[in-house]
Design a protein around this ligand. Structure first.
Ligand SMILES: C[S@@+](CC[C@H](N)C(=O)[O-])C[C@H]1O[C@@H](n2cnc3c(N)ncnc32)[C@H](O)[C@@H]1O
Length: 236
């Protein structure tokens, strides 16, 4: 099966519909990733179909949870753009900030953005604990996204200060990590509530994926996040 067909069939299985133009853009992004990955290590997944399923289709699972009232989104530790770049391509009406502390990854994302002419993507080469200090960033996003960065109690401290009150945070997780229990104190301190966990299956390998849906209920105390490195070293 040709790669584009493999992607389109996967989209059908997970029940997401996209225009031909958006599919073209996503395939171009996949091509750029495979090409760049030959000389710059951006992802450990080398097999083309695995890359489509485990990065692109996995990121697409979030698409069903995107609402019309969401106008801005932050992806912390986006790496080579998952899930943020995939969702930015699918949702041109939402402004995305794609953040990663590793320069070679953000350089790649800038190339993808420029190549595809995306006007709704801002790429930031920073750590979350530093970027939050920038004017106008605190309490300013409708949606937070995070996949594969750290445990829930750590990423909550990175993300929640960026969210508006009533903003949503979707954490993408492998099956049953049980991190919710460990994150009880972080959720309380950061006035964030778990609304539920959506359980999905990847279309071909059938691996289970969880998306933990959370909502920020109150303004965040300015002492969070603590200084760079502390959220990871001493989680809330
Ligand atoms: C395992 S990768 C996951 C990348 C991508 N989200 C994915 O799922 O393919 C984790 C990324 O988070 C970034 N990262 C970790 N802590 C961070 C922080 N405090 N601020 C910004 N980026 C961070 C790392 O540089 C790394 O690229």
């Amino acid at each position: 099966m040709e790669l584009r067909e493999y992607f389109v069939e996967g989209l059908n299985i997970i029940g997401v519909e996209l225009t031909e133009e958006i599919i073209d853009r996503l395939m171009k992004y996949a091509e750029l990733l495979m090409e760049t990955n030959k000389h710059t290590n951006l992802t450990a997944i080398r097999d083309e179909k695995d890359l489509i399923e485990k990065h692109f289709l996995d990121s697409m699972l979030v698409q069903k949870l995107i609402r019309e009232d969401m106008t801005s989104a932050m992806d912390i530790g986006t790496g080579a753009g998952f899930p943020g770049m995939v969702l930015a391509i699918c949702n041109p009406q939402i402004r995305f900030t794609l953040m990663d502390s590793v320069g070679k990854k953000t350089k790649f994302l800038e190339m993808v953005r420029d190549d595809l002419g995306l006007t709704n993507v801002e790429v930031v080469n920073e750590r979350a604990e530093e970027y939050i200090k920038k004017d106008g960033r605190r309490e300013s996003y409708d949606l937070g996204l995070c996949r594969g960065v750290s445990k829930l109690n750590v990423i909550l401290e990175y993300m929640v200060p960026f969210l508006k009150v009533d903003g949503d945070f979707y954490a993408l997780k492998m099956e049953g990590t049980g991190e919710e229990l460990e994150a009880e104190n972080a959720l309380k301190v950061l006035s964030t509530e778990i609304l539920g966990t959506e359980v999905f299956h990847l279309p071909y390998c059938k691996d289970v994926r969880h998306i933990i849906r959370m909502k920020k209920r109150e303004k965040t105390d300015s002492k969070y996040p603590r200084r760079t490195g502390i959220p990871l070293k001493r989680p809330l």
